[in-house]
Design a protein around this ligand. Sequence first.
Ligand code: UDP
Length: 309
Amino acid sequence: MRVLVAGSAGFIGSHLCTRLLDDGHEVVGVDNYCTGQQRNTTDLEPRDRFTFVNHDIIDAVPVEGAFDLVCNLACPASPTDFATRRLAILDVCSRGTRNLLDLARDRQARFLQASTSEVYGDPQVHPQPETYWGNVNPAGPRSCYDEGKRFAEALIASYRMEYGLETRVVRIFNTYGPRMRRDDGRALPTFIDQALANKPLTVHGDGSQTRSFCYVSDLVDGIVLLAQSSATDPVNIGNQAEVTILEFAREIIAQAGSTSEIVFVERPRDDPSLRCPNITRAREWLGWEAKVDRAAGLARTVDWFRSNP
Ligand code: UDP
């Protein structure tokens, strides 16, 4: 296949590019380094079948030739970004997604969207199945991302219903692994950074809120299976092992062999209290479930952070 990956310099996008190249596909990466890292492109560039276009997808994407698959993984995705890049996030989710949909339509390619568990907001159904419509504050601090991604899903559904475009939507739950941005403000890179420096880990609130952390190779397996499948409805991909943030902080301290303490700091507004995927669709439609448990994934990730200061 010839595949376009928007967001190729990002955490998940770069892992997806690596996997597609390993599988023998040709990959055109697109990124504007808004939050992506130049190093991810530098690591991919020696590969024969990889080319890179430095471009912001909110303008039509200047690429020639046929594509079989267009993947949209371009979007700032951490709560820190939600506070500093609100309008850029809304633009990339709306105009950016539409440009990629037009490209896919023009080249008769399949389109795959990286959506998110954030479409469920602060969920009142737990664990979250894809049939749950969510509980999102449309005017809150996270709304640029949550509503941006919801709007993108609406756009994609409309291209599918109006033009018959082949579309796939993966709703990605919290994912972690090597190549996460150390300073992106999310719990895992923040905690690992703090633990390796023997500084206090900053747990928001009392740490009783939960998340379910999926190792990046498992997520990429799920994305590849979804791209090949006939599933036009959204599919959750996430690890089902739910943990409180306080327990997660303790696990990272232990994994890093750190002497750090835990401090409790103010919890951000609209921070979801619970999050865990219902993966019945992924199991039944794709034959997917997570393979890497948190202990193994954290060991690999802490090692990577330690050797990439
Ligand atoms: N969190 C925390 N300390 C930090 C960063 C995050 O306690 O330094 C909490 C955050 O409030 C949330 C959870 O960890 O409850 C996961 O946050 P993250 O930013 O990783 O992802 P989210 O699931 O909110 O998108």
